[in-house]
Ligand binder design. Structure first.
Ligand SMILES: [Zn+2]
Length: 213
């Protein structure tokens, strides 16, 4: 079972957060999600008014929280944004090799290499961690609870996943049958680090996959 640490920017976005957590509960997926109190505080501060507080979701859904690190000095970070250093330190201290974040550029390549850590966009993570049947099952569970459009897996796939998790959409583009694809956003960077997104083994090049994938 691989542990992945969820960053605050992902916790505040309903669709990526919902798909990550719903999919992690399936028997056929092999990752578990954690985050720390610092991340939850950052998420709550940045949530839009009127949305369900992350703290309430965590309590209701029994999400797993791991401790923060009180002193960052021993990590000797160099090129990570100061506001993301507590995130990186908590992930390292809790033996969580992947951080799922939309802010790849805030995590420095030297710091990641020094601690054998990897940061990955939620869409890229899900593209390689969800089998096709798990993706369909997750969308079905998500839509079962929805009161508003899009309420079907196909509509959610085209209208929301394509926009917010483009790598996941791209991997399973025609899973419900051939579609006319919407214009996909071009993400500047979706991966930095040392481990294969699909299996966790070391990568040899700059890409997100090892030689087996
Ligand atoms: Zn691999």
């Amino acid at each position: 079972m691989t542990l992945a640490f969820v960053d605050a920017c992902v916790l505040v976005t309903a669709l990526p957060r919902s798909i990550l957590y719903l999919a992690s509960a399936l028997e056929t997926t092999d990752y578990q999600l954690v985050y720390s109190p610092y991340v939850e505080d950052e998420a709550v501060k940045n949530q839009r008014p009127g949305t369900v507080p992350v703290t309430t979701l965590r309590t209701a859904l029994d999400w797993r929280v791991v401790p923060d690190v009180p002193d960052l000095a021993p990590f000797d970070f160099h090129d990570t944004d100061p506001k993301d250093r507590p995130v990186l330190a908590a992930a390292i201290a809790n033996h969580t090799p992947f951080i799922i974040t939309a802010n790849i550029k805030d995590f420095g390549t030297a710091d990641l290499k020094a601690h054998q850590m990897t940061v990955v966009h939620p869409g890229l993570w899900l593209a390689y961690r969800l089998a096709a049947s798990d993706y369909v099952e997750t969308l079905t569970r998500l839509c079962a609870k929805r009161q508003r459009d899009p309420k079907t897996p196909l509509a959610t796939h085209i209208q929301e996943v394509a926009v917010e998790l483009p790598d996941l959409f791209d991997r399973y583009r025609d899973i419900f049958g051939p579609i006319t694809p919407p214009l996909l956003p071009q993400l500047h960077e979706t991966y930095r680090g040392t481990s294969c997104v699909a299996c966790g083994r070391p990568v040899t090049g700059l890409g997100p996959l090892c030689l087996n994938h």
